[in-house]
Design a protein around this ligand. Structure first.
Ligand code: CTP
Ligand SMILES: C[C@](O)(CO)[C@H](O)COP(=O)(O)O
Length: 387
C-alpha cells in the first residue's frame, strides 16, 4: 500500500470575542482581561497557531479592533472583524469573512475558553475526515432534572447527555451554508446545532476539563493557587509632582503647592492599595484593569479603582483583612491628614478604621522623593476568605 506524503490541507479558525463578558465582573470585556499572565484571547491564539492554524479571524466588539490585536499579540495570518448582537451572529460574520479565502476546514472557538489542548484540536480535525462537523464533549457527572420554575418537573437520562465545548470543527462549505439557511430565530446554542439542523452529521470526540469557559469573577482567580484562608499582596506606585495639578492622596484632596500628574487623578496611595489587593488575589495589576491608553480613565477618581478591586475580590469570596500603606515624600506633611486618610480608606475598602494603617516617611532629602519631584507609595493587603 502506498502512503500519501501530501500535507494536511490548511485550516482556518474563527475566534468569537465580541461579547461583553458582563457576568465576569472585569473592567474590560473578559476576553481582553488578564488570565494566567496574558490576555485571555492570546491563550487561544497561541494554541491555534501552535496546532498549525493558517489563518485566524477574530470577531471583536465594534470599536475594539486594536484592543483585540493587542490582546492577540500577533499580526501575521490574522484578521479582525466586527461581531454581532449574539454569538451566532458573530460566528456568521466570521464565516462570511473567510468566504473568499478558500479554506476547506474551519474551527469555531469561544475566546472565553483560553486553555485549548492541542490533542483536542487533533481529535476534531481527524473526525472531520468522515463527518461534516465535530465537537468536543464531556460526560455529565451530576444527575439532571427538568425545571418548571421552582419545581422539578421531570428527570432526565444523564447517560444520553453530554456537555459541549469549543473549538468545534467543520467542513467550511457545509457550516457556511448551514448558517446562511438558519432562520435567525431561535438563537442556536452553538454551531453544531446549526449544522445538524441543516442535515449535517456531527461527530463527538473527547473534550477536556481545561477547556472550561471563563464566565464568572471567580474564574479569574488564579487556578493554580489553593483557596487559601488568607492571601497577601503588595503594591508600589510613583507619580510625578507638578505645578498646576490637584493633589489627591488616599481619596482626599490635600492642599499643597503642587499636585500629582497622571492619566487618572494620580492618587499614588490608592493605586498602591489597588495593586496590593489585585496582587493578593492574583488578578493582574491596575494597568491591566484600567489601561492608561483608555480615554474613559482620563481624570478618573482612583476611589472607583479601589471599589472595583474590592468588588472583584468579593465576587471571588474574599474581603479585606487589613491594609498597611506607606507614603514616601518630603512634603506635604502626612501626619495632620492621617486620621482622615485612614477613615476614607476604610470606607472605600468596606472595613473597620482599625484595619487600615497609613504611615509616612521621608528619604532624608535623597532621591526623587527627597528632591520633591514625586511621591512614592507602598502597600500590603491581606484578603480573608468569607466564612
Ligand atoms: N454577541 C456576542 C456574544 C458573545 N460572543 C462570544 O461568545 C463566547 C461565549 O459567550 P459568553 O461566555 O456568554 O460571553 P459573553 O456574552 O461575553 O458573556 P456575558 O453573557 O457574561 O456578557 C465569548 O467568547 C464571547 O466573546 C460574541 O462573539 N458575540
Ligand atoms: C458555544 C458554547 O460555548 C458551547 O458550550 C456555548 O453554547 C456558548 O453559550 P453562551 O451562552 O453563548 O455563552
Amino acid at each position: 500500500m502506498t502512503q500519501s506524503n501530501s500535507p494536511e490541507p490548511p485550516f482556518a479558525a474563527i475566534v468569537v470575542a465580541a461579547g461583553k463578558g458582563t457576568r465576569s465582573g472585569q473592567t474590560l470585556p473578559k476576553q481582553f482581561a488578564p488570565w494566567r499572565g496574558k490576555p485571555v484571547l492570546r491563550h487561544s491564539i497561541d494554541a491555534l497557531r501552535k496546532a498549525g492554524c493558517a489563518h485566524i479571524v477574530i470577531v471583536a466588539p465594534a470599536g475594539m479592533h486594536q484592543m483585540a490585536r493587542d490582546a492577540a499579540g500577533v499580526t501575521k495570518g490574522l484578521s479582525v472583524i466586527d461581531g454581532g448582537a449574539t454569538r451566532q451572529q458573530s460566528v456568521a460574520a466570521g464565516l462570511e469573512a473567510l468566504a473568499d479565502i478558500g479554506f476547506e476546514r474551519v474551527l469555531i472557538h469561544d475566546a472565553a475558553r483560553p486553555d485549548v489542548p492541542g490533542e483536542v484540536i487533533r481529535r476534531l480535525l481527524s473526525a472531520l475526515e468522515i463527518r461534516a462537523g465535530a465537537i468536543p464533549v464531556l460526560p455529565v457527572v451530576d444527575s439532571i432534572v427538568v425545571a418548571d420554575g421552582e419545581l422539578m418537573a421531570a428527570d432526565a437520562k444523564r447517560d444520553t447527555l453530554r456537555r459541549v465545548q469549543t473549538p468545534q470543527a467543520f467542513r467550511y462549505a457545509e457550516i457556511l451554508a448551514a448558517h446562511r439557511t438558519w432562520p435567525g430565530e431561535p438563537v442556536a446554542g452553538d454551531d453544531a446545532q446549526v449544522l445538524r439542523a441543516a442535515g449535517g452529521e456531527v461527530a463527538m470526540v473527547d473534550g477536556d476539563e481545561r477547556l472550561k469557559k471563563l464566565t464568572f469573577a471567580e474564574d479569574f482567580v488564579s487556578q493554580t493557587a489553593p483557596a487559601l484562608p488568607v492571601r497577601v499582596g503588595m503594591g508600589y506606585d510613583v507619580h510625578r509632582l507638578a505645578a498646576g495639578e490637584e493633589l489627591w492622596l488616599c481619596g482626599l484632596q490635600i492642599p499643597h503647592d503642587k499636585g500629582l500628574a497622571g492619566h487618572s487623578d494620580a492618587d499614588v496611595g490608592l493605586h498602591a492599595v489597588v495593586d496590593a489587593i489585585l496582587g493578593a488575589m492574583a488578578m493582574g495589576d491596575i494597568g491591566q484593569h484600567f489601561p492608561p491608553s483608555d480615554p474613559q480613565w482620563k481624570g478618573a477618581r482612583s476611589a472607583q479603582f479601589v471599589e472595583h478591586a474590592v468588588k472583584l475580590a468579593g465576587d471571588a469570596g474574599y474581603v479585606v483583612g487589613n491594609v498597611d500603606l506607606t507614603l514616601i515624600c518630603e512634603a506635604p506633611k502626612i501626619g495632620p491628614h492621617r486620621d482622615a486618610m485612614q477613615a476614607r480608606l476604610a470606607e472605600l475598602l468596606g472595613t473597620a478604621a482599625g484595619s487600615v494603617s497609613v504611615k509616612a516617611t521621608t528619604t532624608e532629602k535623597l532621591g526623587f522623593t527627597g528632591r520633591g519631584e514625586g511621591i512614592a507609595a507602598q502597600a500590603v493587603a491581606t484578603m480573608v476568605a468569607k466564612t
